[in-house]
Design a protein around this ligand. Structure first.
Ligand code: AP5
Length: 217
């Protein structure tokens, strides 16, 4: 059983490595960022509230985020394992997650932190673009579509840059998340379930190192 948290600053590659882990281990992928973007697109009450934080690069309040995660973790497709991508981001959220996993009897098995230098993150985020139709993630330098202008996954020709990947927002996002990063890692270090992977390697090597950790479960 794998119940995994992926920790990492914005742009560290959590979404990228998640895709490969899901392919190999068939885990439920729970990205709080994706959930908020979907809620914003559907203009739900949570989406409207989240938008005011996300567009500025701030964190959505802990209670709102934890409630969303608890609802998602209550669904049966998480019974055979899950990846939490982007949650928790604060020690308060980590403590809330402890309660949630106890209540649902779905204990964490691994926490993997992707380590990437801030300069690399800024470059990656400013080069990231997304498919408008299916949300697939690309990068001007490291992950271009196989056929220029056509999404590999769904064949769409329309792409966009996330609002929060614009330079003025990226700076605040990184600052906000950096403040929380060290205490969060300490939290899981003390629990003895933290592993660290060098996220500056190629996506293939990042997956290989992550897989080496998970395959010991
Ligand atoms: P979210 O969508 O989770 O954003 P994030 O954490 O900022 O993470 P990203 O999606 O930007 O990056 P990633 O690590 O997944 O990198 P990716 O694989 O795409 O959250 C958005 C917002 O929602 C937050 O700012 C916050 O407001 C709110 N929110 C979400 N969760 C919350 C929570 N728990 N509490 C409160 N608020 C919350 O890769 C990035 C780029 O680099 C891509 O172009 C990719 O192709 C490329 N790349 C990836 N890996 C490599 C590699 N190894 N080498 C070269 N390029 C690479």
């Amino acid at each position: 059983m794998i119940n995994l948290i992926l920790l990492g600053l914005p742009g560290a590659g959590k979404g990228t490595v998640s895709e490969r882990i899901v392919d190999k281990y068939s885990l439920a992928h729970i990205s709080t960022g994706d959930m908020f973007r979907e809620a914003m697109a559907n203009k739900t009450p949570v989406g409207l509230e989240a938008k005011s934080y996300i567009d500025k690069g701030n964190l959505v309040p802990d209670e709102v985020t934890a409630k969303l995660v608890e609802e998602r973790l209550s669904q049966s497709d998480t019974n055979n394992g899950f990846i939490l991508d982007g949650f928790p981001r604060t020690t308060a959220q980590a403590e809330m997650l402890e309660d949630i996993t106890k209540r649902l009897k779905k204990p964490l098995t691994n926490v993997i932190a992707l380590d990437v230098d801030e300069g690399v993150l800024v470059d990656r985020l400013s080069a990231r673009f997304m498919c408008k139709s299916c949300g697939a993630t690309y990068n001007k330098f490291s992950k271009k579509p196989k056929v220029e202008g056509t999404c590999d996954r769904c064949g769409s020709h329309e792409f966009y840059q996330r609002e929060d990947d614009k330079p003025e927002v990226v700076k605040n996002r990184l600052q906000v998340n950096e403040k929380m990063n060290a205490p969060l890692r300490d939290f899981y270090q003390q629990k003895g379930i933290l592993s660290v992977v060098n996220g500056e390697q190629s996506p293939e090597k990042v997956f290989e190192d992550t897989d080496a950790i998970l395959s010991k479960n």
